[in-house]
Design a protein around this ligand. Structure first.
Ligand SMILES: Cc1cc2nc3c(=O)[nH]c(=O)nc-3n(C[C@H](O)[C@H](O)[C@H](O)COP(=O)(O)O)c2cc1C
Length: 169
């Protein structure tokens, strides 16, 4: 799929079939994740592709979104909260920007594989970290179902381009 087709095909999908995700697709998604840029190349992340039924159930208990248990794989974006680059001046950790880029690489690669995803951040992070049995420095910054859509996403509206992107000569 052409890059711009990937961008326009990707939608947040909230209905999944139980069709398994091919290992070859997971391999290519992993390679797309590996190539993501991070500040100062610190690579302060790990992405989990959880197929294990017990761990998926624990994630779903910590994140009660109706569609999450439907997908055969749950992606989890773990941030290294201690070792991400910090902005000079205010010492602000850039970990959430790094993880946003990394996870979107996974999401777009999944789209190119004909798979669907939905970014999910609406959960109690402490509860999620406990469900995943994470210790410092790791924390779960986002999750997503990964699988084949059983229903398409409803149309949505985007703000007009001039409100979102401005060329300043
Ligand atoms: C950082 C982030 C967090 C999100 N969290 C949730 C969430 O917790 N639950 C959910 O159903 N969708 C979530 N979404 C999906 C957005 O609602 C969705 O991207 C937006 O409505 C645009 O729709 P589209 O992705 O189909 O283009 C999130 C998206 C982003 C980028």
């Amino acid at each position: 799929m052409d890059f711009y087709d990937v961008i326009s095909t990707r939608r947040s999908i909230r209905h999944y079939s139980d069709r398994p995700v091919p290992d070859a697709s997971l391999d290519r998604i992993a390679q797309a994740v590996q190539l993501a840029p991070t500040a100062c190349n610190r690579q302060p992340f790990r992405i989990l592709a959880v197929r294990n039924p017990e761990l998926r159930a624990a994630i779903c208990r910590a994140c009660p979104q109706r569609f999450l248990p439907e997908a055969p794989v749950i992606l989890v974006a773990l941030g290294d909260m201690k070792n991400a680059w910090r902005r000079v001046g205010d010492d602000h950790s850039i970990v959430e920007i790094d993880l946003g880029i990394v996870f979107e690489h996974a999401v777009l690669a999944a789209t190119a594989e004909g798979l669907s995803t939905c970014w999910v951040c609406a959960y109690d992070r402490k509860r999620m970290d406990e469900a995943l049995k994470l210790g410092e420095p790791w924390s779960a910054l986002a999750v997503s179902p990964l699988g084949y859509a059983s229903e398409p996403a409803a149309p949505i509206e985007h703000k007009p381009v001039p409100e979102l992107f401005e060329i300043i000569d």
